[in-house]
Design a protein around this ligand. Structure first.
Ligand SMILES: *Cc1c(COP(=O)(O)O)cnc(C)c1O
Length: 963
């Protein structure tokens, strides 16, 4: 543009209100024109008309508003953040203030090297986060005194629900259907476990912990320390419950366990809890990592992912996800859980917190918290308040003459107390200072706190307010990793060393079909660290969270508009949780109409594994519907099954566009057919990136969908979580969405039962999707969808000359992703999809989705954020790999020794003198195309042996000598 042109632009143009659209969308306008020409269409509009069936095309624009600039959006969100009042919180109940070490805040939470990574399905380029998660598992094992930990669950309450499910699977009391929950467990935990039990068809009895012995049960859930802060020695009770063949789960707290005897030593079979207070901000409820630890005997029954140690082809130690065959991708409705996206980024933060502080540092923090609590207890005892605790760690419960008046006095001093039916409580945490305690004491007792320092010295002499036999005496965190990085320099380098092993979006495109790895813009990420969002307690009085509430309302309204639904429930904290929540709403709706018997869920064979796993959790019977050769739902099979099962039909779960990457023409017909049999339609929203602004589930005729905000709405994948899976529903389902036992979440009945621990799920990351939506506005959202489709069709067009494309829809086009069929290649040459996936690493790329939804294929989704240049590099890599396959096919390279089967190549390979024996050069191995030289990514291990790792299961930190 010339200077005179710039001078003649209007102020509107100079403000660049739409500039962000151009930053989010990868290809420039000129590139888009070239790509359109390449695929033989004139415009994005023409392409849209070619791919999206006419009958479902929206004819009105979205109502999300005009795009805002980054500065405008940030300023407005700041004004909302300022409406949050972050009180001094003593509410506790599983959520505590914590100091995120700045070195972890900046280099992990705020670092795209960590937050833009994918779930470590390609372990050779994920050894960094795999090591960080292994550290998480090790610390959970050490603190709980049990054998085997999972790689994180969604929150404490759902972890407890998973513990109940495990208890049912492994208890020897096979015929029993009754689960016991102690009444001193957190109310949100009871709520979530009860909801799950009801869905599973288990009965639940809630009573005093000792009551467990009066029932014939398959398991019991106790809390340690309990809701009131009491630390009870339940050894005998636990032994007695176990003697009745029931499985005992202790919900517990990692900070308390720095001082307390471990759950394992008390005899528990399972320990669950939240790792939030290990450096992860409360964020109005999440995201945080929950932990799940159990005995070795139950390892095959564990829910969620587990990281294990194996070997690579050079015999070196290498980490990867263990026992994957337990989970829903393989086991479908027989899986242990429906957990897919979990909380990896937050588990990593918690594990780094433990690495940074080490065993001594953590014990010091815990002791300080306990000492401050002792001071408050002493003051309460000397006042008119009545202290209810005998033994405590950080939480006190007491009664006042007038509880309400005391709560009010505290609130006017900016202090939140816990309100517990007829008592009040305080929980202290790492952030509490001596001055805070002095203030708290004077608010509670209405008298000056006196000389707190003298009190401190006096209490220091007395020691802990916990009896000796409940203090832990075993050593924890003895592994060198927890004893080596306590200086910031060492810590910084350790974090960086791990980061360097991992390929994330800040290196190259991650074209994971179905997972939509788009740009996570920095502007979108920044607000999650603002103290007004990060520091909010989920059970703070709702009027203190006015900014959060307004932000959630605005985002909900936009999502309602985008999905064509009538209402939205923000509680589910992953896509799979959304499925479960949506199916529960459907079942409650049927029940409300006297249709309790409707229990059949139809699921096409191409469905994502979480669909059948979630259906099973909602106690539905899965009936699989066939797909035809084009990958569409086989209408004849569907009609026959709907007819046959009509009386008991609950719902169908479909994905749109289908997991095969095409807009099925008959989707409306499917919805009508199901409705005509009295069923409901659940549309899996994972592929919303191909719908936004062009069509919508509500418009098509579906009743409920989850949205994966971590796919379509720009929340980063975090190396395997966090995510958010809110559900949109039509009006008739709105009364049946999840409620919450502690906080009223809206018009719906609170007794609908909760699906997550926090009322609005992982509210702390909603600013990302809020920012995403408003920065793009109606116009940019629609354009994003159109370019996502353009990028996918451009890529397909260029790959199809070299590889067969499995499915195509109207006009031979695809939607936003394509499936490359590698089965013919494998049959002809012996080179597998796995070889190609690993070889892509040598070219600096993460493999696309492997073998989903069809075995022996790769599913590629470039998203709108990838530029033409990057897509061209990817095409170049795939074409070059095809050339390599041809060399194997024509005998130039033997099948057992070529760059494909030997991939990925490490530096160790290249410097190895024995490399000379290979039939290809070092250059061909490491720099197969010129572009790689400028930006080489070195996998740090060779191909990993999964079978060895599963046969020799080892899921804790390896001795340093092995590295
Ligand atoms: C990602 C995905 C899910 C599960 O969502 P999570 O957030 O990982 O629990 C369900 N269905 C499809 C098609 C998906 O791609």
């Amino acid at each position: 543009m010339s200077d005179t042109q710039v001078q003649h632009q209007s102020l509107h143009e100079l403000c660049q209100t739409e500039a962000f659209i151009g930053r989010h969308i990868g290809p420039s306008v000129a590139d888009q024109a070239q790509m359109l020409t390449d695929i033989g269409v004139q415009s994005l509009q023409e392409l849209t008309e070619q791919v999206v069936p006419e009958g479902i095309r929206l004819n009105a624009p979205l109502n999300v508003g005009a795009p805002r600039t980054e500065a405008e959006a940030t300023a407005y969100l700041r004004s909302l953040a300022k409406q949050n009042f972050v009180a001094k919180n003593y509410i506790g109940m599983g959520y505590y203030g914590t100091e995120t070490p700045a070195v972890i805040l900046r280099n992990v939470l705020e670092n795209p090297g960590w937050y833009t990574a994918y779930t470590p399905y390609q372990p050779e380029i994920a050894q960094g986060r795999l090591e960080a998660i292994l550290n998480f598992q090790q610390m959970c094992i050490d603190f709980t005194g049990l054998d085997l930990a999972s790689a994180s669950l969604l929150d404490e309450a759902t972890a407890a629900a998973e513990a109940m499910a495990l208890s049912k699977r492994v208890s020897k009391n096979k015929k029993c259907n009754l689960y016991f929950i102690a009444d001193d467990v957190y109310p949100q935990t009871i709520d979530v476990v009860k909801t799950r039990a009801e869905a599973f068809g288990y009965e639940v009895v809630i009573g005093k912990a000792e009551d467990a012995l009066n029932h014939d049960i398959f398991g019991a859930l106790l809390q340690y320390p309990n809701r009131l802060g009491e630390v009870l020695d339940n050894r005998e009770l636990i032994a007695a419950i176990k003697a009745k063949k029931a499985i005992v789960t202790l919900a517990t707290d990692l900070m308390a366990l720095q001082l307390l005897t471990s759950p394992g030593e008390l005899g528990a079979d399972v320990a669950v809890g939240s790792a939030q207070r290990f450096g992860v901000p409360m964020g109005y409820g999440g995201p945080h990592a929950a932990f799940f630890v159990t005995r070795d005997a139950y390892k095959r029954s564990m829910p969620g992912r587990i990281i294990g140690v194996s070997k690579d082809t050079r015999g070196g130690t290498a980490l990867r996800m263990a026992m994957q065959t337990r989970e829903q991708h393989i086991r479908r409705e027989k899986a242990n859980s429906n957990i897919c996206t979990a909380q990896v980024l937050l588990a990593n933060m918690a594990s780094f917190y433990a690495v940074y502080h080490g065993p001594q540092g953590l014990k010091t923090i815990a002791t300080r918290i306990h000492r401050l609590t002792q001071m408050v207890a002493t003051a309460i005892e000397g006042s008119s308040l009545q202290l209810l605790n005998k033994q405590y760690f950080d939480t006190l419960t007491f009664k006042a003459a007038d509880n309400a008046a005391l709560v009010e006095r505290a609130q006017s001093a900016g202090i939140n107390l816990r309100v517990d039916s007829d008592a009040l409580g305080v929980s202290l945490d790492e952030t509490t200072t001596l001055a805070d305690v002095a203030e708290l004491i004077s608010v509670l007792t209405d008298e000056s706190a006196g000389d707190v320092e003298a009190l401190d010295s006096q209490l220091a002499e007395q020691g802990y307010a916990i009896s000796k036999d409940l203090l832990r005496s075993d050593k924890v965190l003895e592994h060198p990793v927890f004893n080596s990085y306590h200086s910031e320099t060492e810590m910084l380098r350790y974090i960086k060393r791990l980061e360097n092993k991992d390929l994330a979006l800040n290196h190259s495109m991650i074209s994971l079909g179905s997972c939509t790895m788009k740009l996570n813009a920095t502007t979108q990420m920044i607000p999650i660290s603002w103290p007004e969002f990060a520091g909010m307690h989920p059970f703070a009085p709702v009027e203190q969270a006015a900014g959060y509430q307004q932000m959630i309302k605005e985002l909900s309204d936009w999502l309602i508009d985008i999905t064509g639904y009538d209402a939205l429930c923000m509680q589910p904290n992953s896509g799979a949780q959304g499925e479960y929540a949506g199916l529960l709403a459907i079942q409650k709706y049927h029940e409300s109409r006297g249709d309790d018997h409707r229990n059949i869920c139809l699921i096409p064979s191409s469905a994502h594994g979480t669909n059948p796993a979630s259906a099973q959790m909602a106690n539905l019977k899965v009936v699989v519907v066939a797909c035809d050769k084009q990958g569409n739902v086989d209408m004849d099979d569907l009609k026959a099954k709907a007819e046959e099962l009509s009386d008991n039909l609950s719902c169908i779960m479909i994905t749109y566009p289908s997991t095969h990457g095409v807009y099925e023409e008959q989707v409306r017909e499917i919805c009508d057919l199901i409705h005509s049999h009295g069923g409901q339609v659940y549309m899996d929203g994972a592929n919303m990136n191909a719908q936004v602004g062009l069509t919508s589930p509500g418009f098509i005729g579906s009743d409920v969908s989850h949205l994966n905000l971590h796919k379509t709405f720009a929340i980063p994948h975090g190396g395997g979580g966090p995510g958010m899976g809110p559900i949109g529903v039509k009006a008739h389902l709105a009364p049946f969405v999840a409620g919450h036992a502690v906080v009223k979440t809206g018009e719906t009945s609170q007794d609908n039962g909760a699906v997550s621990a926090a009322p609005w799920g992982s509210a702390g990351i909603l600013p990302i999707s809020w920012m995403y939506t408003t920065l793009l506005g109606s116009k940019g959202l629609k354009q994003s969808t159109q370019v996502a489709i353009l990028n996918a069709n451009y890529l397909t067009n260029n790959l199809s000359q070299h590889y067969p494309i499995l499915y195509r829809g109207r006009n031979d086009r695809i939607a936003h992703e394509c499936i490359v069929d590698l089965r013919p290649i494998k049959e002809a040459t012996g080179i597998s999809e796995m070889d190609i996936a690993k070889r892509l690493m040598d070219y600096g790329f993460h493999s696309p989705t492997m073998s989903f939804p069809v075995a022996g294929t790769l599913m590629i989704e470039p998203t709108e954020s990838e530029s033409k240049a990057e897509i061209d590099r990817f095409i170049e890599a795939m074409v070059s790999i095809k050339g390599e396959i041809d060399k194997v096919a024509n005998g130039e390279w033997p099948l057992e020794n070529n760059p494909l089967v030997n991939a990925p190549h490490t530096l160790a390979d290249i410097v190895d003198g024995e490399f000379d024996a290979r039939p290809y050069s070092r250059e061909e191995a490491a720099f197969p195309v010129v572009a790689v030289k400028a930006n080489k990514f070195w996998p740090t291990v060779n191909r990993i042996d999964d079978v060895y790792g599963d046969r020799n299961l080892f899921c804790s930190c390896v001795p340093m000598s092995e590295y």
